[in-house]
Ligand binder design. Structure first.
Ligand SMILES: C[S@@+](CC[C@H](N)C(=O)[O-])C[C@H]1O[C@@H](n2cnc3c(N)ncnc32)[C@H](O)[C@@H]1O
Length: 152
C-alpha cells in the first residue's frame, strides 16, 4: 500500500480524466488531492462513468484553492513534484520519496508560473519532437508507476 504517495490535480477540467485517475489511485492505494476550482461538478456523469464504483474507494481530498492546498502541504511537510511538458528533467532520473505529492496540470493549460515555481522538483516525460503532451491520466499512470517501482 502506497499510503504516503499522493496525486494532486491542479484545477482539472475534463471529468472523464479525473474519474480515470480516481479509479487508478483507488486501485493503487494512492491518495488524491483536487485543487479547485475544477471545470466540472464532482457529480458529473462522465466522472462517474470513468470512475465507476471505484469512486467510493478513492481517498479524495478537495482543496478550495491553490493557497489552501499549499498551506496544508507545507503543514504536512510534503515535497511537491510537478509534472510538466516545460520541465527538462526526465521523471525516470528522479529519486522519488515517501510522502511526495505528484502534481499534474489542467488539461487546457498546465499550471501557471507561480505554481511551476512553487514545486520542489519539475519533471517531464520525454516525448518525440513535435508531440505536444500526453493525456493527463496516462501521465499519472506512467509517473505513479515509476514512483511505486522505486519506493517498493
Ligand atoms: C494535456 S497536459 C497539459 C497541456 C497544456 N497545454 C500544457 O502546455 O501544459 C495535462 C497535464 O498532463 C501532464 N503531462 C502531459 N504530458 C506530459 C509530459 N510529456 N511530461 C510531463 N507531464 C505531462 C502535465 O502535468 C500537464 O499539465
Amino acid at each position: 500500500m502506497n499510503g504516503r504517495l499522493r496525486i494532486a490535480l491542479y484545477q482539472p477540467d475534463i471529468a472523464g480524466n479525473t474519474g480515470t485517475i480516481l479509479r487508478l489511485a483507488a486501485c493503487l492505494g494512492l491518495g488524491v488531492d483536487i485543487i479547485e476550482p475544477a471545470g466540472f461538478p464532482l457529480s458529473d456523469k462522465a466522472l462517474k462513468r470513468a470512475g465507476m464504483d471505484y469512486l467510493e474507494m478513492a481517498a479524495l481530498t478537495r482543496h478550495l484553492d491553490w493557497n489552501t492546498f499549499e498551506d496544508w502541504r507545507k503543514e504536512d511537510g510534503r515535497r511537491l513534484v510537478l509534472l510538466s511538458t516545460r520541465a527538462t528533467t526526465p521523471y525516470t532520473s528522479f529519486s522519488f520519496a515517501d510522502g511526495d505529492i505528484l502534481l499534474f496540470g489542467r488539461e487546457s493549460a498546465g499550471v501557471p508560473d507561480p505554481v511551476h515555481q512553487a514545486a520542489d522538483a519539475r519533471l517531464t516525460i520525454p516525448m518525440q519532437g513535435t508531440a505536444r503532451s500526453i493525456n493527463v491520466a496516462l501521465s499519472v499512470a506512467m509517473v505513479a508507476g515509476e514512483a511505486i517501482r522505486q519506493l517498493e
